[in-house]
Design a protein around this ligand. Structure first.
Ligand code: ADP
Ligand code: AMP
Length: 220
């Protein structure tokens, strides 16, 4: 099972991917995470991408598609892929078709997380994560059970993304509308798009996704 989680920044793609990875044995392929890792490691891609990301602009199609291609190569054949934050342009969608074909994989479903735009700014402004294991939290909606301690790994250090500020969020939302939303009709024509209410609580969104894709044993 290979799926795309589609939705604007803050829709909950990373949150739901983490659950699918933990409970469903799938692998998350997040171009945002890959690019942040490249920035942290100061690779040539990271050095080029940093300013673009800080401005909320899109990194080139060639760079992100090459990252996805490399990750798929490293993915065990039987592990399902969750594309998170990719594809983001019509050209990337086209490139993904070619990449999947090359890796002998099929795209089974595109799940659109529908959310209210004004809520997104609030979600993104409150987003933080564990500096150690990357578990995601929110200032109002998803706090660690023990204040200051990561639920997953027990660490006490947290971090925020430099691009999670209101100005950049508006830019990212605008690009979602102009570049990313227009790729949906392509997948609609193939009859593989499902829409889910991304404003529901995390557990409920997860239940709806699992209902759509089935449990792991049903994949064989
Ligand atoms: P994306 O990966 O789509 O950009 P995230 O999964 O990082 O979005 O979620 C953005 C923020 O909103 C995070 O702080 C996350 O904890 C919070 N969040 C995610 N899903 C929900 C939800 N269903 N209800 C409330 N807050 C959520
Ligand atoms: P995300 O973690 O998905 O919110 O992505 C963070 C930033 O990384 C985006 O604002 C872009 O600058 C860049 N980025 C991530 N994925 C892509 C992509 N598929 N295409 C272009 N830029 C991307």
């Amino acid at each position: 099972m290979n799926i795309i989680l589609l939705g604007p920044p803050g829709a909950g793609k990373g949150t739901q991917s983490a659950r699918l990875v933990e409970h469903h044995g799938m692998r998350q392929l997040s171009t945002g995470d890959m690019l942040r890792a490249a920035v942290a490691a100061q690779t040539s891609i990271g050095l080029r991408a940093k300013a673009v990301m800080d401005a909320g602009e899109l990194v080139s199609d060639e760079i992100v598609s090459a990252l996805i291609d490399a990750e798929l190569l490293a993915l065990p054949e039987r592990a399902g892929a969750i594309f998170d934050g990719y594809p983001r342009t019509a050209h990337q969608a086209e490139q993904l078709d070619g990449i999947l074909e090359k890796h002998n994989r099929q795209l089974h479903r595109v799940i659109e997380l529908e959310v209210d735009e004004e809520a997104l700014v609030r979600r993104i402004s409150g987003r933080f994560s564990c500096a150690e294991c990357g578990a995601g939290y929110h200032d109002e909606f998803i706090l660690p059970q023990v204040p200051g301690t990561c639920d997953r790994c027990g660490a006490h250090e947290f971090k925020r993304r430099p691009d999670d500020n209101e100005h950049t969020v508006r830019k990212r939302l605008q690009l979602y509308r102009s570049e990313t939303a227009p790729i949906l009709p392509l997948y609609e024509q193939r009859g593989i798009v499902s829409r889910i209410d991304g404003m529901a609580p995390v557990d409920e969104v997860y239940r709806m996704i699992v209902k759509l894709i089935g449990t792991p044993s049903e994949h064989h």
